[in-house]
Design a protein around this ligand. Structure first.
Ligand SMILES: C=Cc1c2[nH]c(c1C)Cc1[nH]c(c(CCC(=O)O)c1C)Cc1[nH]c(c(C)c1CCC(=O)O)Cc1[nH]c(c(C)c1C=C)C2
Length: 537
C-alpha cells in the first residue's frame, strides 16, 4: 500500500489529538486534517478554574481552584501517556501523589445494606479482620481456589466467544455477594455502567487473564503473578519502545498524577504542538458530515463537511461508533457496510464538583473517596436508601487526590459527586436543587453535617462512557477484518454473498477506527490507540 499522502482524522478528543500527534511523526510528509464538531478540542478532558473571593469584598483575593469535568488523575502504568509528557516537555507541570498517601491507600464503599455511613475497603490484613466486609470476602476468597475451573466454553463462532459479564465472572468465581458489592462498585467507578452488562474480557482484561494464568482460579492467578513479580512484562512493554526520557524515573513511587492547571494541560499541550506543525490542520467547529467512496478505479475516499469535500488517501475515525455509523456511505454504495457500530450503548453521567470553605478533614476521612454498589433491590428508584433515590455512583475526595495547587486549594475542600449511569433516575434540572439534594446524600454517607458549598460546578455528560457489552472483543475483531479486507493484495474484490451493492475489500485498510468505544476508555488507552495507528500503512 503506498504511504498516506493525506490523512483525515475525524474527532478532536484525546484519541484524535494523539492520533494526529503520532501520525504526523510517523508520516512527516503527509498532510493531516483533523475535524472536530465542537469549537474546542480535547473532548471529555476538560479542566476549569473556579474563582473564589469575587464575592463583592474588595479586600478578598480572587483565588482559583481547578475542577475537572472528566478524568482527573492518571496512573504511571500507562507508558504512552508518560511518553507524551516527555515529548511535550510537561515534566515541570506534573503534580504527583505518592503510593503512601491516603488517596492511594484508603478507599470506601457506601453500602447502607452493610452498615451506616462509609465502609473502608481493607488495606491490610489487620484491617481486613475488623472489617464488616470480612464476612463476605473471607469465605469467598478461601473457597475460590477450591472451585473447579468453570469458565463457560462457547463454540468458536458463537457471539459470546468465551466472554461474559463482569457480574457473571465474579459471581461464578466468588459468589453473588462479591459480584454485587464489589463488582458493581468497580464498574460504577470506571464505566458508570451495570456490571451485569459489561464484558469482563473487554473492560477488565487483566482480571480475565488472571483466571487463565491461575488454571481457572483468579486467586491462584494473583498468587502466581506475585511469585513471578518483575519477570512479567508491563502494559505495552516488549511490543514497542517508548521514548520516556526522565519521566519514568520521576514516576517512581507515584500512585497517581495530574498537572498544574489540571488534565487539560495534556490536551492543550498536544494542540499547541500540532498547531506548530505546517502539515497539520486542526479544524475545531467543523464536523465530518459524510464519508463517501467513489466508484472510480481507486475507490477514492471523500470526507464531506458543511463547507467542503476533502479527498484523503486515509481516514482515522476517533468518533463515537454510532456517530461514525451515521456518516458512513449508504448501504447502496459499494463500500462494504461496517458491522457492530451500534452494538454498545453509552452511559450518561452528571458530575457535580463542590467547594467548601473548610479543610477536608472536617468533612470526610482521608482517602480516594467512595463508590456506591448496586443496591440489593436494583437500580429502580425507591424511597430508601437515599443514594439510590438520587442515583449517586460515587464521590471523589479531590482534595486528597493531588497536592494542593494554591493556598486557596489548601484552605478549601473539593469533592466531586458522580450520578446517573445505570440508575437512570431523573435528576433536578435546576442546579441549586441538585446541590441541595446531593448535600442531603453527603450528610447521610459521611455521617456528619456538611456546610453549604461556597462554589460548585455541574456538568451533565450525555452518553460519555461506552458500555463495552459482552462479546465486544470479537465484534471489534470482525469490524477490523472488514476494514482490512483486500489490504494485503491492494485490490478490491468483487461481489458479495447477499447481492447488495457493496464489494468485498473496498476499504483495503485505508480507514482505521479507534477511540474509547473500540479499545478501552482510559486516557492511557486513548493515547495508546493513537500511537499504534498506521502500522500497516
Ligand atoms: C466522568 C466520570 C468518569 C467515570 N469514569 C471515568 C470518567 C471520566 C473513566 C475512568 N475512571 C477510572 C478509570 C480507570 C483508569 C485507569 O487508569 O485504569 C477510567 C477509564 C478510575 C477512576 N474512577 C474515579 C476516579 C477519580 C478514577 C481515577 C481516574 C480518573 O480520574 O478518571 C471516580 C469515578 N469515576 C466515575 C465514577 C462514577 C466515579 C466515582 C467515584 C465515572
Amino acid at each position: 500500500m503506498p504511504p498516506p499522502r493525506h490523512i483525515a482524522i475525524l474527532g478532536g478528543g484525546l484519541t484524535g489529538l494523539s492520533s494526529a500527534f503520532h501520525l504526523s511523526r510517523r508520516f512527516p510528509n503527509a498532510r493531516i486534517t483533523l475535524l472536530e464538531k465542537q469549537n474546542r478540542l480535547g473532548g471529555w478532558v476538560r479542566s476549569e478554574q473556579i474563582r473564589l473571593g469575587s464575592d463583592g469584598d474588595p479586600n478578598s483575593n480572587p483565588a482559583a481552584l481547578t475542577v475537572e469535568a472528566g478524568p482527573r488523575t492518571l496512573r504511571p502504568a500507562s507508558k504512552s501517556v508518560l511518553e507524551l509528557i516527555n515529548l511535550l516537555h510537561l515534566q515541570s507541570a506534573l503534580l504527583t501523589t505518592p503510593r503512601t498517601a491516603p488517596a492511594a491507600r484508603s478507599r470506601f464503599l457506601y453500602a447502607p445494606s452493610l452498615q451506616r455511613g462509609l465502609t473502608a475497603l481493607p488495606a491490610s490484613a489487620l484491617a481486613f479482620l475488623g472489617s464488616p466486609l470480612r464476612q463476605v470476602l473471607l469465605p469467598a476468597i478461601l473457597r475460590e481456589p477450591l472451585r473447579k475451573s468453570n469458565r463457560p466454553r462457547q463454540p468458536p463462532k458463537a457471539d459470546l466467544d468465551e466472554d461474559e459479564s463482569l457480574a457473571s465472572f465474579l459471581g461464578r468465581r466468588f459468589g453473588p455477594d462479591v459480584a454485587r458489592l464489589l463488582g458493581s462498585a468497580l464498574c460504577h467507578g470506571v464505566y458508570a455502567a451495570d456490571a451485569r452488562e459489561l464484558s469482563v474480557r473487554a473492560a477488565f482484561p487483566a482480571l480475565y487473564g488472571l483466571e487463565d494464568r491461575g488454571g481457572g482460579s483468579v486467586v491462584l492467578g494473583v498468587l502466581k503473578d506475585m511469585v513471578s513479580f518483575g519477570k512479567g512484562k508491563g502494559k505495552g512493554e516488549g511490543v514497542d519502545e517508548y521514548d520516556l526520557g526522565d519521566v519514568e524515573a520521576k514516576m517512581r513511587g507515584v500512585a497517581v498524577y495530574s498537572f498544574r492547571g489540571g488534565m487539560q494541560t495534556l490536551s492543550d499541550a498536544l494542540v499547541k504542538a500540532l498547531e506548530a506543525w505546517p502539515n497539520v490542520e486542526l479544524c475545531a467547529g467543523e464536523a465530518a458530515s459524510g464519508i463517501e467512496m467513489r466508484e472510480d478505479e481507486n475507490d477514492s475516499l471523500v470526507v464531506h463537511t458543511a463547507a467542503r469535500a476533502l479527498e484523503p488517501t486515509h481516514i482515522v475515525s476517533a468518533l463515537p461508533l454510532p456517530v461514525l455509523q451515521s456518516i458512513l456511505p449508504p448501504p447502496t454504495s459499494h463500500a462494504r457496510p461496517l458491522p457492530h457500530l451500534t452494538a454498545n450503548p453509552a452511559s450518561s453521567v452528571t458530575v457535580l464538583s463542590l467547594v467548601f470553605a473548610v479543610p477536608p478533614h472536617t468533612i470526610h476521612p482521608p482517602g480516594f473517596g467512595y463508590l456506591v454498589p448496586r443496591p440489593p433491590e436494583g437500580y429502580t428508584p425507591s424511597p430508601s436508601p437515599p443514594a439510590a433515590e438520587l442515583g449517586v455512583l460515587g464521590t471523589v475526595f479531590d482534595s486528597c487526590a493531588l497536592p494542593a495547587q494554591s493556598q486557596a486549594e489548601a484552605e478549601h475542600t473539593k469533592l466531586t459527586v458522580m450520578l446517573g449511569g445505570p440508575f437512570r433516575v431523573p435528576l433536578p434540572s435546576d442546579d441549586e436543587e441538585l446541590v441541595t439534594r446531593v448535600l442531603a446524600h453527603l450528610k447521610e454517607a459521611l455521617q456528619g453535617d456538611v456546610p453549604r458549598p461556597v462554589a460548585w460546578r455541574v456538568w451533565r455528560h450525555e452518553r460519555c462512557i461506552p458500555t463495552l457489552k459482552v462479546g465486544h472483543v470479537r465484534r471489534m475483531e470482525e469490524l477490523r477484518a472488514v476494514l482490512m479486507e483486500g489490504a494485503e493484495s491492494g485490490e478490491g474484490g468483487t461481489g458479495n454473498e447477499k447481492g447488495e451493492g457493496w464489494r468485498r475489500g473496498a476499504w483495503r485498510g485505508r480507514m482505521e477506527v479507534v477511540g474509547a468505544g473500540v479499545g478501552g476508555v482510559s486516557v492511557g488507552d486513548c493515547v495508546e490507540a493513537g500511537r499504534r495507528l498506521g502500522a500497516r500503512w
